[in-house]
Each structure stands twice: as structure tokens, then as C-alpha cells.
Design a protein. Structure first.
Length: 257
């Protein structure tokens, strides 16, 4: 699990509340039910209104995976593909039938099975690249859903501010009630901006980043499968795949006899 987002959110909210404590304010002073209800439900409603119910369910379902899932590591994939290339070169492509059933990665397993079944290389590339494109498009929908909510939230907060100010003007004859009403007005704006920049936009960025990493690994798998199908030299296959991995990411080092 990569905890970057959870750590980042903790630091961000910790910074906000620490500033309030340093300034001598009570952090609970910004936890007002009215503004919170408006900003949360108003933003959720605006997001749903601008999308479809299916998109909303898919977007929120993507959060646990994006936050908690283990990030894809290209190293094991490269090792597996190089091993398959070595065996295919020595025993033939049909000898990989048993190995295909033992592969955990469904994308690699289905692609290898298609290659074993004799799918034309051009057709195999098209099929696998279409799967990658479909996944990327689906993940972009989820990421955009939260990005859009990040755009709605500040405006919803401003709506809360206007509503509270109207209430202030209605009670000018009662000075004792003005302070709380004015505070609620500012708190609505605060939560609108805060939720946009510390919740919704980070969620969208995280989903997009995890999707990019997963699609990059799938694209690497496509190149590897096509090399295996073509009977390429395992050592060259390994070098080719490792060259597709950015320098900062782990690279598999596997020697092939």
C-alpha cells in the first residue's frame, strides 16, 4: 500500500487546525453543522447532477483502491515475461499452456492465452491496446468526477456565505445573534475551499495517477507478450522492457542462461 494520500491529507488538515491553535482559536469553532451540511450535500448533489448515477458509484468505488491498493510494480511482470520468452524460445509457444494458468495477472494471462491460441500479432496488439484504452477512459471518468466536485465545492461554499449574510441582515435588530451568523457565513466559504483542495481534487489526482501507473504496466505487458509470441531473444526482451520503465521505478534484473 502506498500511503502518500493518507499522509498528505493528515498533514494538510493538521496544518489547518494547527494554525488555528497557534492563533489561539478553537478548531471546533469551524465545525458548524449548517455550513458542513450545505457544502457536503450541495457538492455531492452538484456532482451527481452533472454526471450519471453509474459514474458516481464507480467514482466512489474507486477511492478505496486508489488509496489503499498496492501500486503496480513492473519488476515482477518483466521477470515473468522474460521467463516466458526463455521457455517459448526453447520449447515453443504451445509449451506455455501450463504456465498461462499459473499467472496471477489476468491481463497477462488472457493475452498469453490469446497468443498461444494463434491470434495474429497485429490483432493481438489491437485487442490488448483496446483493453488498456478502455481502462484508462473508465478511470478518467472517475477522476473527472472528483475534479468536477472540486470545482463545485467553492461555489457551494459561497452560496452558504450568501445565505448566512441574508440571515445576518434579517437580524440586525438583534446584535447578540450577529456574531454567530457572520461566523457561519465565513465557515461555509472555508469548507467549500478546503474540501475542494484537500479532499476532492486530491482524490481525482490520486485516481488518475494510479491509473497511469497501471496502464503503463499493461502497455509494458503488451510489448512483452508480442516479443514472446515472436520468439525474441529473452535477454533482448528483458532489456527492451526495462528500457520502458522510468529510471526512478524499480527494474527487474533477471539473468537468462
Amino acid at each position: 500500500m502506498d500511503p502518500a494520500t493518507l499522509i498528505g491529507l493528515g498533514l494538510a488538515f493538521g496544518g489547518v487546525f494547527s494554525m488555528m491553535i497557534i492563533e489561539g482559536a478553537n478548531p471546533m469553532s469551524v465545525v458548524l453543522p449548517g455550513p458542513l451540511v450545505l457544502v457536503i450535500f450541495g457538492t455531492l448533489g452538484a456532482g451527481l447532477a452533472g454526471s450519471t448515477l453509474k459514474d458516481a458509484i464507480r467514482a466512489f468505488s474507486a477511492i478505496p483502491k486508489a488509496m489503499l491498493a498496492k501500486l503496480p510494480d513492473p519488476g515482477p511482470t518483466i521477470e515473468t515475461v522474460v521467463g516466458l520468452a526463455d521457455r517459448a524460445r526453447r520449447e515453443g509457444l504451445l509449451a506455455l499452456e501450463d504456465a498461462a494458468r499459473d499467472i496471477d495477472d489476468p491481463f497477462l494471462r488472457s493475452g498469453l492465452q490469446a497468443a498461444i491460441d494463434g491470434t495474429d500479432p497485429d490483432d493481438l496488439r489491437t485487442i490488448l491496446e483496446d483493453r488498456v484504452a478502455t481502462k484508462r477512459a473508465s478511470d478518467r471518468v472517475s477522476a473527472k468526477y472528483f475534479t468536477d466536485m472540486g470545482g463545485y465545492a467553492p461555489t457551494v461554499g459561497i452560496i452558504g456565505t450568501v445565505v448566512s449574510l441574508v440571515h445576518v441582515l434579517e437580524n440586525l435588530a438583534d446584535p447578540s445573534s450577529l456574531g454567530e451568523a457572520i461566523a457561519a457565513a465565513f465557515v461555509a466559504t472555508l469548507w467549500g475551499i478546503l474540501s475542494a483542495n484537500l479532499i476532492w481534487l486530491p482524490f481525482g489526482s490520486r485516481i488518475k495517477r494510479v491509473s497511469d501507473l497501471e496502464c503503463a504496466r499493461m502497455e509494458l505487458t503488451v510489448e512483452g507478450l508480442l516479443a514472446v509470441q515472436a520468439g525474441a531473444n529473452p535477454r533482448l526482451v528483458g532489456e527492451r522492457l526495462r528500457s520502458l520503465v522510468p529510471a526512478e521505478e524499480p527494474k527487474a534484473e533477471k539473468k537468462v542462461a
